[in-house]
Design a protein around this ligand. Structure first.
Ligand code: ADP
Length: 192
């Protein structure tokens, strides 16, 4: 008699979930300066995918830092741990067949590579929202640039901390794209 409690051939696999949902799990990883438009485009993208009957989950600094990462600060060590947990959570969603939309400044190649390695390159679609710093600063959606200029925020990306442009993003969105055009470009690339 086979006494294995959970034989692997009886555990539901990713393919079973994807078949149920009739979609493929993928991480759409937005990177770009604060105020570049990551969240705005992601919200519009999620709405459009949802309207097309697709299951999505958005992850961003707000929901991750408020919950699972609420014990982490902004030291190098904590930033690394922050991204590691985000990527592990993303992987769980992707492995359930869910289109997972991640909005994080993720300013360095190292950080993005960590995420890509954990999630798996085949499931990782990098979207670079390449809006010039001057425009992001002018928008100053959250008032953070003004604070950073006054020295009230340390290591603020674009002002007192570097942003390294992605070397080979799957998609690059420039500021002459409308939100609708950006969404269309991403959906074409996902090839649903
Ligand atoms: P991030 O998530 O990258 O910090 P947000 O999406 O919060 O950026 O803010 C971007 C701001 O830029 C929003 O106020 C948005 O309305 C504005 N915006 C203007 N034009 C565009 C565009 N073409 N694409 C995205 N955002 C735009």
């Amino acid at each position: 008699m086979n006494r294995t409690i959970f034989p692997t051939n009886k555990i539901l696999q990713r393919a079973d979930k994807e078949q149920l949902l009739d979609q493929r799990g993928i991480a759409i990883w937005f990177t770009g300066l604060s105020g570049s438009g990551k969240t705005t485009i992601a919200i519009a993208l999620e709405k459009e995918l949802h309207a097309n009957g697709l299951l999505t989950q958005m992850l961003d600094g707000d929901n991750m830092r408020a919950g699972i990462n609420n014990n982490l600060g902004f030291s190098n060590e904590d930033r690394t741990e922050n991204i590691r947990r985000i990527a592990e959570v993303t992987k769980l969603f992707v492995n359930s067949g869910i289109i997972t939309i991640c909005c994080f400044v993720s300013p360095t190649e190292e950080i993005r590579n960590t995420a890509r390695t954990i999630i798996g390159a085949a499931d990782f679609m990098e979207v670079f929202v390449n809006t010039p710093l001057e425009i992001c600063e002018k928008r100053d959606v959250k008032g953070l640039y003004a604070k950073a200029r006054k020295g009230e925020i340390e290591d603020f990306t674009g002002i007192t901390a570097p942003y390294e442009n992605p070397l080979n993003p799957a998609i690059e969105i420039t500021n002459n794209f409308t939100i609708e055009e950006s969404v269309k470009k991403i959906i074409e690339k996902i090839n649903l």
